[in-house]
Ligand binder design. Structure first.
Ligand SMILES: Cc1cc2nc3c(=O)[nH]c(=O)nc-3n(C[C@H](O)[C@H](O)[C@H](O)COP(=O)(O)OP(=O)(O)OC[C@H]3O[C@@H](n4cnc5c(N)ncnc54)[C@H](O)[C@@H]3O)c2cc1C
Length: 542
């Protein structure tokens, strides 16, 4: 194995949402030499840069790990498709760009679980510093930071306003800013988009940092193992251009491979459930059953209606419609291709007695009931006017696990999602799907609806609704907590400074370190991990 001759202070594995921020923050002072290893390639691709292009990336192995879960009893025995970004920017380069921090109390929960420095009062300044919010700075929002957040007010489809009106009639009034004073309510999703192009973590943080001489970014470099001397991490073994290499880290190794790959890499390196590792012939350096455990994810599904009015289906489906919106996007950076398919959103409580919203809404002025092989047909929707209202749960109580299928570092890990494994998760989703129909039954939306297509009016009893959502739900791509933070190695993997319990020179900094899943989408909190993680690493460097 060749050893990288350059001496690095920090080696980061994974150029995703968190890894790009780390690479930027750790190199900004010029004091430290940093190597960033990324298994995938460049983000300079049309369908990465074009916001709505993400439908094309959903099954594309050139930019996506394309994982499959084990058959899941909670999803009527189906194996779910789990896309994960495999390129610069990681999942922030293939995601739906909805910008949500989560509920302020989520962070107070993190702190209350024994993680000082992660309460709302601690993370709010970080969120304000890292963002460039189109609406301008106030006590909640920041302006002038590296990551532009669009208010997404231009070019909204008219159905979005009908949806907001119907939500108000259904008892869910509007909220002006999901990331501001009040998350609860219906509103328009803010997007990580600028000038009609995706604002990934690579664009916001990594690309500017790549101009620095003290940052080396190696793409198509797949980390296979963390290398230890005793219990100190001293480097990373990786495969690049067909050969195994060793990069030594004088100070620390930081794992930012995401909630699926980070626990896999820990296990391949001898850190994880001892008996499982031994069964695969791996040496056990540190026995900790929490590596890969506590896996959390949001589950969701759509209800779909045929509409009496024009939707994005008629715009995006015909070739001439594609040509028109394509030309508009190229010439002006505007129109449907410059946005997420999720224009309207919301957060609501399924029980007024709950202290905070426990369900998230997604409104899409289009539908994709007709499947297309190997593609999520966002750019080729149904041949009739359609509306989709989607849901996902905020804090599911079901837990899954990432484990190994084999000791081969290039084999996919085993993902056991365990969706809807608890009664509480089923009861909550049952109450929530009823809310979708309540919204659709209100004016002005109700006046525009021709008929419910899926699941359809025949599905009406509680048992039928449950069977339907088990059969049609799936991940909304927010896997997290699989190497979670906590004060005690008995039920966590890293401490509040993201250091792996029981080892030196090794941190985890990505969505796998979330102590619990937040109520909202997970890109912003993953970027927060990178931001706060870098602050801690620099403080600890002295
Ligand atoms: C299809 C999709 C839609 C989504 N939509 C939204 C949304 O609208 N809003 C939102 O907030 N969130 C969304 N998310 C979720 C969000 O993007 C992720 O939670 C977040 O990006 C995770 O960040 P991360 O840093 O933990 O990991 P990632 O961003 O996934 O980065 C991990 C990186 O590590 C690399 N890597 C992994 N293993 C290795 C290895 N062994 N060697 C070298 N490199 C490695 C990967 O290739 C990847 O680039 C979506 C996700 C997906 C997949």
């Amino acid at each position: 194995m060749a050893t990288d001759a350059a001496g690095y202070d920090y080696v980061i594995v994974g150029a995703g949402s968190a890894g790009c921020v780390l690479a930027d923050r750790l190199t900004a002072s010029g004091r430290y030499r940093v190597l960033l290893l990324e298994a995938g390639g460049t983000d300079r691709r049309l369908f990465v840069q074009m916001p709505l292009g993400y439908g094309k990336l959903f099954h594309d192995p050139a930019v996506n790990w394309c994982y499959r879960t084990e058959p899941d009893p909670g999803l009527a025995g189906q194996a779910d498709h789990w896309p994960r970004g495999k390129l610069l920017g990681g999942s922030s380069s293939i995601n739906a760009m909805v910008w949500i921090r989560g509920h302020s109390s989520d962070y107070d929960d993190w702190q209350a679980a024994g993680n000082p420095g992660w309460g709302w009062a601690d993370v709010l300044p970080a969120y304000r510093a890292l963002e460039d919010w189109e609406g301008g700075a106030d006590e909640f929002r920041g302006a002038g930071g590296p990551l532009h957040v669009s208010a997404n007010r231009r070019d909204l489809h008219p159905l979005t306003h009908a949806y907001l009106g119907a939500c108000a009639e259904a008892g869910l009034p509007g909220t002006p800013d999901f990331n501001g004073a009040q998350q609860e309510g219906a509103g328009v999703y803010q997007l990580s988009v600028k000038g009609g192009r995706r604002m990934s973590a690579a664009r916001a943080f990594l690309r500017p940092a790549m101009r620095r001489a003290n940052l080396t970014v190696r793409t198509h470099a797949h980390a296979t193992r963390v290398v230890f001397e005793g219990r100190r991490a001293v480097g990373v073994e990786y495969r690049h251009k067909g050969a195994l290499q060793l990069a030594r880290a004088g100070r620390e190794v930081i794992l930012s491979g995401g909630a699926v790959n980070t626990p896999q890499l820990l296990m391949l390196s001898g850190v994880g459930p001892g008996a499982d590792l031994a069964a695969f012939g791996l040496p056990v350096l540190l026995d900790n059953a929490n590596v890969g455990g506590n896996l959390c994810d949001h589950q969701g599904l759509n209800y779909t209606w045929r509409m009496k009015t024009r939707t994005l289906n008629e715009v995006l489906r015909p070739w001439w419609g594609k040509a028109l919106v394509g030309a508009r996007w190229l010439l002006t950076g505007r129109g449907p291709l410059s946005m997420s398919i999720n224009q309207g959103g919301g957060f609501f409580r399924t029980d007024p007695g709950l202290p905070r919203p426990n369900m998230q809404l997604y409104m899409q002025a289009f539908s994709t009931l007709l499947p297309r092989a190997g593609e999520r047909p966002i750019l080729t929707p149904d041949p009739f006017p359609g509306l989709s209202l989607g849901l996902s749960n905020c804090r599911p109580t079901s837990r899954g696990r990432i484990s190994l299928h084999s000791a081969d570092p290039f084999a996919a890990p085993r993902i056991t999602a365990n969706a809807y494994a608890t009664e509480a998760d089923v009861a909550e989703m049952l109450a929530a799907v009823k809310m979708l129909r309540r919204i659709a039954a209100q004016p002005p939306l109700a006046d525009l609806i021709a008929e419910e297509l899926r699941p359809g009016p025949a599905v009406s009893s509680d048992a039928e609704l449950i069977a339907d959502f088990r059969a049609r739900s799936g991940t909304v791509y927010h896997a997290s907590c699989s190497a979670r933070m906590g004060p005690d190695a008995a039920d966590s993997v890293v401490d509040a400074r993201l250091r792996v319990h029981g080892l030196a020179g090794l941190r985890v900094c990505d969505a796998s370190a979330f102590p619990t899943l937040i109520g909202g989408n997970t890109n912003a909190p993953s970027i927060l991990m990178g931001w706060k993680g870098a602050q801690m690493i620099l403080e600890d460097a002295g």
